[in-house]
Design a protein around this ligand. Sequence first.
Ligand code: G3P
Length: 226
Amino acid sequence: MKYLIDTANLEMITKCNDLLPIAGVTSNPSIIKKEGKIDFFAHFRKIRQIIGSEKAIHIQILAQDSEGIIREAHKILDNVDKNVYIKVPVTPQGLKAVQLLKKENIGVTATAIYNKTQGFLAMEAGADFIAPYYNRMENLDIDAADTVASFANMINAYGYETQIIAASFKNMAQVNTALACGAQLVTMAPDILLSALAVPSIKKAVDDFDDDWKKIFGNSSICDMK
Ligand code: G3P
C-alpha cells in the first residue's frame, strides 16, 4: 500500500513529506494551474529536492500525438531527472506512445482511465502504473470499485508488472475502497489524507490522555520518570 499526494504545492509537499509516509508526488496540468505560472522544470526539480531520490514523481505530458508525447517525455526527463514517471492519457495515440516509451525503458503511468478496456490495454502496452479515475467514474455511474478490482484480478491472473495507482478521489471512503479492491497505490489531494487525521475525536482522545496523566503526575513527563 502506498500513498502519493496529488499536488504541485511546495509547502504542502514539504509538510506531507515531513509528516506522512508518502511514496511520492503526482500532478497533472489542472493541478499545476493551481500554482499559477510556475517555472515548470525548476519547480519539479525543487519537488525532487524536497522528497529525495527514493520517492516517485509523476508528471503528465500535454501533447496528444505519439511523437509529441515522446518529445515532451524526453524534455521532462532531461530537465527534471531520468526517474520521473511520464503520465500519458490512455488514448489510441497515448497507447502508441506508452509502447514506444517502454521500448526506451522510460517509466510510464497510463492515466485518465475511465473504463476497464483502457486499463487492460495500458497493461498490455507495458505501463508501469495505471491510474483509474475513481471519483470521475462514480460521477458517470461507472462502478469504480469493480473496475479497480478487475485490474487487480487481471494483474494477478496474467502476471503483469503493472501496478494500480488509483486517483481522482473526493473522500477517504473512496480511497479505502480502492485499496481494498487491490489498488497498490493511491494518490489524492493532501487535504483528503490530512482530514482523516483531523477528526475531532482523535484530538479529544489525545487531550483526555494528557489530562488524566496530569491529574496524577502534574507537569512531569515520561522523560522525567525515574
Ligand atoms: O490524478 C488524477 C486526478 O488528479 C484527477 O483528479 O479530482 O480532477 O478528478 P480530479
